[in-house]
Design a protein around this ligand. Structure first.
Ligand code: BDR
Ligand code: CA
Length: 304
């Protein structure tokens, strides 16, 4: 089983990603760290605790950054609702573990020779952990991130929300020398939640987690960008890569994240090796969407 940390800002799609990871037999989720992002840290922490609690799992949840290293914090309540979970109320979860996220991540890296970092929010906590003790990067097996976009953004014309929220931290991860895998907006656009897919999920008849996931997915407004056919299920794509890489086609690339000006948070992805700069990331390019939603349903159905 793969030992991993999930750094998250729940967030509707974060909730589904956490349940997928907690359900998956091949993942050993040892730690959930939380940042402000989709909504403020008070809500994301509360949500993360509730999500872990509903899954009946005793995984420590630790609070981290309530904003980026530099620049202003801005949330995404239009998509995720004021509470971050599209208005779906979950029972209160277990209390957070004391301490701060970056310390907890470093402690896990010291204790385990191989740890996978899964980042599905702004990258601040993961970057702080590696920047404050760079030697620990040697223990990172892989960094899998839902972040970035090589065509157009979703928070500004050029930037995806997580990359835009803390580009300096994303740069730390891209330059840490460990394998980085990216699920960008172009990939997650292929994981469209539609009414038919929600109905198929419900038809499996799982427990409270599957039911809550279906409610949350149904509560996210359909996106104008997709002609109101549905909305992209971003964060579970990053988890699915670790569970079923055969669902994806990939390409090795160099990625630079822009930190200044109007293009702040833009990920410049060199898909055709035009810059001649050495590759620093694996780009997830295509997804077998039906296989992805089947994987999701199968796993969520095993949770309480
Ligand atoms: C990313 O930003 C958040 O809104 C989602 O949870 C996802 O992590 C998509 O741009
Ligand atoms: Ca997220």
């Amino acid at each position: 089983r793969r030992v991993c940390v999930i750094d998250t800002d729940p967030g509707t799609d974060d909730a589904v990603a956490l349940w997928l990871a907690l359900a998956a037999p091949s993942l050993d989720v040892r730690l959930v760290t939380v940042a402000g992002g989709n909504v403020g840290l008070d809500h994301t922490l509360r949500n993360a605790r509730a999500i872990v609690g509903l899954a009946g799992r005793d995984v420590p949840v630790v609070a981290g950054a309530d904003g980026p290293l530099l620049g202003a914090f801005r949330s995404e309540t239009q998509v995720h609702g004021a509470d971050g979970l599209a208005g779906v109320a979950l029972p209160e979860g277990p209390p957070p573990k004391p301490g701060i996220a970056a310390d907890a991540i470093r402690a896990l890296l010291r204790a385990e020779p191989r740890v996978t970092l899964i980042g599905i929010g702004p990258a601040t906590n993961l970057a702080l952990a590696l920047a404050t003790e760079p030697a620990l990067a040697g223990r990172v097996e892989e960094i899998v991130l839902m972040t970035g976009a090589w065509a157009e953004g979703n928070i500004t014309p050029s930037a995806e929300f997580n990359a835009w929220s803390d580009p300096e931290s994303l740069a730390v991860l891209l330059e840490c020398g460990r394998p980085v895998t990216l699920a960008t907006l172009e990939l997650t656009a292929q994981a469209l939640v539609t009414p038919a897919r929600i109905a198929a999920l419900r038809a499996r008849g799982g427990g409270a987690c599957l039911d809550a996931a279906a409610h949350i997915m149904a509560g996210v407004p359909a996106s104008r960008r997709f002609a109101h056919r549905g909305h992209p299920l971003h964060d579970p794509c990053a988890v699915a890569w670790l569970l079923a890489p055969g669902l994806f086609a990939t390409r090795d690339v160099h990625v630079h994240v822009e930190c200044a000006g109007v293009a702040r948070g833009r990920t410049v992805v060199d898909r055709w090796d035009r810059s001649g700069v050495a590759h620093n990331a694996r780009l997830l390019e295509t997804l077998d969407a039906d296989g992805f939603f089947t994987l999701l349903g199968e796993n969520l159905a095993t949770l309480p």
